[in-house]
Design a protein. Structure first.
Length: 290
């Protein structure tokens, strides 16, 4: 380890410092937005961070998920991870170079995610599907919000993060009322960016959670979902657009979202493209050569 940096284990109390590190250099071509770290906080497992002499976080890594590292620390961070496969963005060329130097090779084919961006000055007007109400989640609705998430996400996948097997129940999302409340209590959650479609019976039929990076004036959608029985009615587009409008009202000038890019899951991609999102990068997975 270089003498100028110290490495230590990281935990939930370090998330704000990790977010600040990512925020300092964020662009649409960087893998993690501050919202990703807030959303994935409850699944934070083995993690480490590297700090400079002044205590500022210079790099971090989360086992099984992602890493943030400048060129000078990329090799060390990859070595600490020691994963059989590591996914980065193709635009993070210093990471792809470090992976190749560490003996990893790019895996072609298979699932991948697109990083898509949209400028918020040209958003279309919101059209609410007949019979539904689009509004922000209320403080006392964590249970209802969690139930909609469980119904929409099967098999259990939280954005780009797979839920740990121990948390799974019959192949469903493990989102509980307590977990949802934890998300709602985590910075930078804002209820005005957490938009839902309310069905005639009062249940939540779709949702889109937005996150705002005020420093970079950049929003993110993570996650978006529609409850079975309410699909193909334009609800995912409506709640996403409502969240994007709320982001713009809060000061964001652009937003990002990360749909699957391979042909196995085309629906989400079509929804976001219909809202004006365009690809700016894609994930690439490197596997350790044997």
């Amino acid at each position: 380890m270089g003498a100028e940096y110290a490495r230590r284990e990281a935990g939930p109390a370090d998330i704000r410092a990790m977010q600040a590190a990512a925020q300092r250099t964020w662009t649409p071509g960087q893998r993690r937005h501050i919202g990703d770290l807030a959303w994935g906080l409850r699944y934070l497992g083995r993690a480490a961070l590297w700090t400079a002499a002044d205590g500022e976080v210079a790099a971090w890594a989360i086992a099984g998920d992602s890493l943030y590292a400048p060129a000078g620390l990329a090799g060390e961070v990859i070595g600490w991870l020691g994963e059989p496969e590591i996914t980065v963005l193709e635009t993070e060329e210093h990471l792809t170079a470090a992976l190749e130097e560490a003996g990893y090779v790019r895996r072609d084919g298979g699932p991948f995610f697109l990083h898509c961006a949209v400028e918020l000055d040209g958003l279309p007007e919101l059209t609410v599907p007949e019979g539904y109400e689009i509004r922000a989640v209320r403080p006392d609705e964590a249970g209802q919000r969690a139930a909609a998430h469980r119904a929409a996400w099967r098999p259990a996948r939280i954005g780009a993060l797979m839920v740990p097997p121990a948390d799974l129940g019959a192949g469903e999302s493990s989102m509980t009322t307590e977990a949802c409340q934890s998300v709602m209590d985590t910075w930078p959650y804002r209820a005005d960016l957490d938009q839902v479609a309310v069905a005639p019976d009062g249940s939540f039929a779709a949702f889109a959670l937005g996150w705002l990076d005020e420093v970079n004036k950049a929003g993110e959608l993570e996650p978006v979902g529609t409850v079975p029985g309410h699909t193909r009615r334009g609800l995912a587009s409506a709640v996403s657009l409502a969240s994007l409008h709320a982001m713009r009202a809060a000061g964001a000038t652009r937003a990002v979202v990360y749909p699957r890019g391979d042909e196995a899951y085309p629906v989400a991609r079509k929804v976001y493209f219909g809202l004006g999102f365009e690809p700016v990068a894609r994930t690439v997975t490197y596997v350790r050569a044997t």
